[in-house]
Each structure stands twice: as structure tokens, then as C-alpha cells.
Design a protein around this ligand. Sequence first.
Ligand SMILES: Cc1cc2nc3c(=O)[nH]c(=O)nc-3n(C[C@H](O)[C@H](O)[C@H](O)COP(=O)(O)OP(=O)(O)OC[C@H]3O[C@@H](n4cnc5c(N)ncnc54)[C@H](O)[C@@H]3O)c2cc1C
Length: 464
Amino acid sequence: MSEIGRRAVVLGGSMAGVLAARVLAESYGEVLVVDRDTLLGVREPRRGAPHTVHAHGLHARGHLNMEELFPGITDELTADGVPTGDLGEMRWFFNARKILPARTGLVSVTAPRPVLEHHVRSRVAALPNVRFLEQHDVLGLTTTDDRERVVGVRVRSRATDAQPQELDADLVVDATGRGSRTPAWLAELGYQRPEEDRVKVGLAYTTRHYRLRPEMFDGVQSINPVASPAHPRGAFFGQVGRDVCILSLTGVLGDHPPTDPQGFLAFVRSLPVPDVYDAVRDAEALDDPVSFTFPASVRRRYERLTRMPDRLLVMGDAVCSFNPVYGQGMSVASIEALKLREHLRLGRPPQTGAFMADMSRVIDTPWDISAGGDLDFPGVQGRRTLQVRVGNAYMARVQYAATRDARVTDGFMRVAGLIDPPQALMRPSMVLRVLRHAPLRPAAPPATPALATPTADTAAPPAA
Ligand SMILES: Cc1cc2nc3c(=O)[nH]c(=O)nc-3n(C[C@H](O)[C@H](O)[C@H](O)COP(=O)(O)OP(=O)(O)OC[C@H]3O[C@@H](n4cnc5c(N)ncnc54)[C@H](O)[C@@H]3O)c2cc1C
């Protein structure tokens, strides 16, 4: 393909940044990825990406896109001990009910997130025209005098006494995540900031790793009691290596899973189903629990700005950070990267307005699924349109019907995995299946918490 620019600079070398770099390398002479952390060779969580300690499933759409961008990556991950399996064959609980497993043919990868990132980044770093500038803070944008076009970025090495330096760029892509400074940089340059949509979920993940024993999973790759309005405590418990498993507990609206070992185990015991507690109550913990708070899903509406400087794009969590329990972020970043490739294949630098409009179209469906789903929790603030209320009521029926009919599980997983749009669940044949089992929105069953008492070394102290 012909070169459309000399140098593209990507801000942030996490998942969205490296995926963007992968496609930019097809069209720019050089791609420079700037990050404040050391990245190359790193297989552990980093300071700049603390969320990567927690359970990260790469679901169907993300897996397909990764294979397209990095052929053979699934085999590489498998050789590195990363489990993969059918998304529909995990043990999923919705509203405290186990849905029937289904062979969907859709792959879910449950790598430790830093390990997945390491494999993806190594493939990108091996491209001859990609370079990583590590241990550098991005300070701001540089523009033409009239501020109409971005021409580079200001960065500073984290070495002591380092002076800021300017890097020229024919294109700048901001992939610095949720804390992106682009809104502030736009304001400094005299542009409007983007409006933000926020859905306050008051979520926290608390995570601990355990030594894997095969009987914990009874042949499944992961056990996931997903939070629902009636049973708002949830968990993702999955195999992430040959002898390691991860347990991420989720609590919403301020009900955060504790980080002390006894409190952590008590939270596990309070889950609406006993499966996870039974697996870990006498398991060997490999670390102390750590927590990550996620106050709100945030969507920045760049597509609504009437003006943005040319040669500046924003991608990944910097545009939209989704409630992570839906497992969408990395898949969306991969769809965005493929959309960027479409723009590059037009043979000219991407047009900022058109590109950000396309980002918004990519985000629409996953945002409707996750932000709309969150509004089913009565304590979450936000506008409950008719579409949201009807959608949530129908989704509860779908999840119930999936406990009786594996074809419904299949259809549901295709939507959750971002393969099919939610409208696929409204096809007449599917509606008939759903209504046969759930003519009304089913009431939530009571919890069936674990009965076994904690073992001596993990027991919670008696209440005062
Ligand atoms: C708890 C949790 C669980 C999740 N689980 C899933 C899941 O199961 N499945 C899924 O698909 N997604 C999941 N996600 C979402 C996923 O982590 C993100 O969507 C994904 O990481 C893409 O993020 P990003 O690359 O845009 O930003 P980030 O991962 O936040 O990376 C931003 C990068 O920019 C760098 N940076 C930031 N500011 C600067 C600066 N000023 N100078 C230099 N460098 C800078 C940082 O060091 C970092 O490397 C989860 C998120 C959370 C919080």
C-alpha cells in the first residue's frame, strides 16, 4: 500500500494504542508509540494500566479481529498456557440461574490481560517501521500557528531533570485511556470540549489469584455469576494459566468487595450461587486481594463537535470506557482499529470529523448493551427511555429462556460477544423460543448461598 504520511505518533501503548499502531504501520513510514511505562517484554500489570490485574476476557468479536490482525495469535497464546474455550460453554449464571451451555463456535480467551497485551505488543513491535518510546509522559499537542492542524506532540522523559521535547507527526492518535487529556488540550487550543455521557455505576472489582486445582472448574473454563438487579454481587472466576486461576469479585453502587482476605472470602460466600465459594474456600491464595474502582461508564461525544483540529484522532477508552463487566473494551478497540484501516485505505490521511463519526457508530451498539443494561439497576441514575425499559425487560426473559433452551444461549452469546446486533434476538423464531419459556419477566429466585463454613485459616472473624 502507498505511504500516506511520514510519521504517525500513537499516544498510549496499551491495547487500543498497539492495535492502532498495527494498522497505521501499513500506511505511515514510521509509527511511534509513546507511553509513560516500560512496555516491551512486560508481562505483569503496569502502573499506567492498573486495571489489567483484573479478569479480562477477550470475547468473540475481539478474538476474530485479533486473528485477522495477527494471524496465528491464538496458537501462540495456547502455547504460552493461555486457556481458550467456547464462549457458550462457560458456566454462566444470570439472575442467580445457570444458563444451559451451548456450542456456539465463538472463542473466548481468558489470558491474564498483561500476557495478552504482551503477545499483541510483541507482534506490533516486530513490525520494521514501529518504534516504542517508553518512559515518556505526553504533555500536550503542537499545532500550526492557526491551530487548525496538529503537527506533533510534546513529551518528556521520566528520567530526572529531563526537558520536554517535541515530536513531529503527520497524524496523532490519542489512545491514553479513560484519563485522556484531549478534552483539556482542545479547550487550551480554543476548541469546545466534547460532551460526556456518564452512567454512574459505582462499581469496584477486587481480585485475587489462586493455585489451580482441576476439580475447581469441573471441566469448564470459567464460572461467572453475573450481577443482576436482584443479586448485585457478581464474580468472574476463570483459569488463566496452566496452574493459576483468577477471581474478580464485582460490587456496584458502593457495595465494594473488600481487600482483606477474610472480608474477600465473606463476599465470595455471599454470592447468590455457591459454586465459586465451594471452589476457593480452601484453595491456596497466591496474592492479596487488590481493588479497582470504576465510578461511571463515560462516553465522550467527539462526533458532536463542529470543529476539531485536523490530523488528530481519539480511540479506545479515551473515547468510551464501558462498564467492564460486559467484557467489551478490548473487542471495541479491535473494531475501531479495523475501522481506522478502512479510513487509511482511502489513500489519504483520515479526516478527523468523519473518523470520529465512525467511532461513534462503532460504539453505539456496545454502549446500548452495557449502559442500557446498567439502567436496569434501580440505583443507577440515568434516563430510562422506553427503548431501555423494554430492552431490559426482554433481556431478562432471554436470560431466563436460556436456562431452558440452549439455542437461546447461542443467540444471547452471539450478541454478548458483539457478533450479532441485539436486534438478532428479536427475530420471530427467537422471540417464539423466548416467550415459550418466559411469557412474563420472571421474578428473581432467592439466592442459594454457600452452606459450607470457611476453613480455619480463611474464616472471617466473628462479628463483634
Ligand atoms: C476492571 C476492568 C476489567 C475489564 N475487563 C475487560 C474484559 O473482560 N474484556 C474487555 O474486552 N475489556 C475489559 N476492560 C476494558 C479494557 O481494559 C480497555 O477497554 C482496554 O484496556 C483498552 O484501553 P485503552 O488501551 O484505550 O486504554 P488503557 O488500557 O487505559 O491504556 C492507556 C495507556 O496510555 C498510557 N498513558 C496514559 N496517559 C499517558 C500520558 N499522559 N503519557 C504517556 N502515556 C500515557 C498508559 O500508561 C496506558 O498504557 C476492563 C476494564 C477494567 C477497568
